[in-house]
Design a protein around this ligand. Sequence first.
Ligand SMILES: Cc1ncc(C[n+]2csc(CCOP(=O)(O)OP(=O)(O)O)c2C)c(N)n1
Length: 617
Amino acid sequence: MANILDSINEPEQIALLSLEDRVFLADQIRERIIGVICKTGGHLASSLGVVELTIALLTIYNPAEDRIIWDVGHQTYPWKLLTGRRELFHTMRQTGGLSGFPRRSESVYDVFGTGHSSTSISAALGFAAARDLAGRNERIVAIIGDGSMTAGMAFEGLNNAGSLDSDITIILNDNEMSISKNVGALSRHLNKLLTDPTYNKFKDGVWKALGKVPSLGERVRIAAHEVSSAIKKTIVTPASIFEEFGVTYFGPIPGHDLAMLTGVLQRVKNISGPVLVHVITKKGKGYRPAEVRPVSHHGISGAAIKSPGITFTKAFSDTLLKVAEKDPTVVAITAAMPDGTGLSTFADRFPDRFFDVGIAEQHAVTFSAGLAFGGMKPVVAIYSSFMQRSYDQVIHDVALQNAPVLFAMDRAGIVGADGPTHHGIFDISMFLAIPGLTLAAPRDCTVLSKLISSTLSDLNEPTGIRYPRGQEPELRFPSPEVLHKGVGQVVRQGKHVLLIAVGTMVSTAMKVADILQGKGIDVLVFDPVWLKPAPVETIKELAFNRLTVTLEEGSITGGFGQFVTSVFSNSNALCLGIPDEFASHGSTSEILTELGLDSTGIADSIESYVRNSSEGS
Ligand SMILES: Cc1ncc(C[n+]2csc(CCOP(=O)(O)OP(=O)(O)O)c2C)c(N)n1
């Protein structure tokens, strides 16, 4: 078989291929994705599920003019391979390489950047409204998964789509999976559509209908009713919720039958008003291990050697389980991330006390406030970057009413290959600004476990605990038996510089202190543990006769450094952290080095600060 994939340099070539060649192309795309991603790591299963869909879209639409908008964007590997990035595909998610998500800065074919879910319908509507105002006629398509469809934002988009009545096509890519099994009433509804007896009638009927509808070449614009009634006259589609939103529904369509998929999308393309095509795909299609275990193949870590240490996620999961065994009021909530957050074990052990609410961070937070006022102790486990979605709910529903909720914020700090959409660098600034909310950052898994147990033993106010992805750092220090709110710990003595390090930066700070020791600079390392209430009095005392430096894996602007040093009358402190920019993707250590936040970079910054200060005094 000729290598068709390697001959595709422009997406426009795809429409010129025969159907048979496009089917071969699908096989070759799968082979390439499996070959590369099993080595480098990345989002495997979702991308394998949309190979035919991507080819069909590029056959029917003109990607240079039409606007194809992917939701979440983790499934765009076939898209990247076919839109001019094939030769860079092996650099995926690495420093300086391709992003694992669509990026406007990476390609003209990535018309809307993503990473967080459920934005595609809103973005598509915006594009459509702009097109209508400008009097242009490009087509606008949003591709959204059944998991992403569970989010409030997707429904906000649908609601608006039904009233704007602008021409857009929404493709619902239904593989019955979010990262884990999809949940909720919408998922049930989609399943009902899928198992409706009219589905098979639809499959047969579609072919008949396609024969009756004029082809695209013959007519530039076809009125809505002409095509939809032509198809619907021949087949009875099951009643769907989307029709109630004023969105014309077609489906379900088998998503790996390239001929049928292309045929249906071609006809639907020219229907006016909002249209939703329900496409059924299989996550991991074509790679047996991913088909069988789509959850563990959603994102894979590739051939990287893994060390056996304990992760923060595991420490959280184990501790929560222990506490919940003794306290029946402890309940756990996730927004579609039971595995990533470590809550699956809790779900297995306490199914009645576990809530997967779908990709619905805002709802998860307000739901927890209700649980708290109802007498439960809710633990909401949400990645730091996804907490951004629920900022108003944290303020308005939790903090303002002093709802005792524990936020377990995993993936805080730089997360590595997923890049700027996923780095957890704003949580400190977000949380510190909210009155009544307390926030802690453990330096290792022991401190994390103690924080969870002690907070849950007397959960009486909203509390956040932020901890990073991956394993605890090598360096560990004994921690006090009980961690009192607002009390930190000196982990190394020194007379020249007070280095206040947040969370796992304590470990880096110890290495920095070693480096600086060799240069005659004596560093005291202080771990505040609690960022709010901060151990302000202790910090003031320690800062006496020492230069103060703060260090955090979070945004400098509004971060802990600025927060805590603002209490000094002479606030001549050096605040180190993530500068006012979006950190890129790559390995975490490379990103930190680039930001000057590796031990050598930090030591250099502190050394010049000390030298400049002594010259100035
Ligand atoms: C706001 C937000 N919350 C959580 C996530 C984590 N996440 C990434 S993909 C995904 C599941 C998406 O499911 P679906 O849309 O059905 O796509 P599939 O992977 O099944 O193709 C989740 C929960 C996210 N990207 N954005």
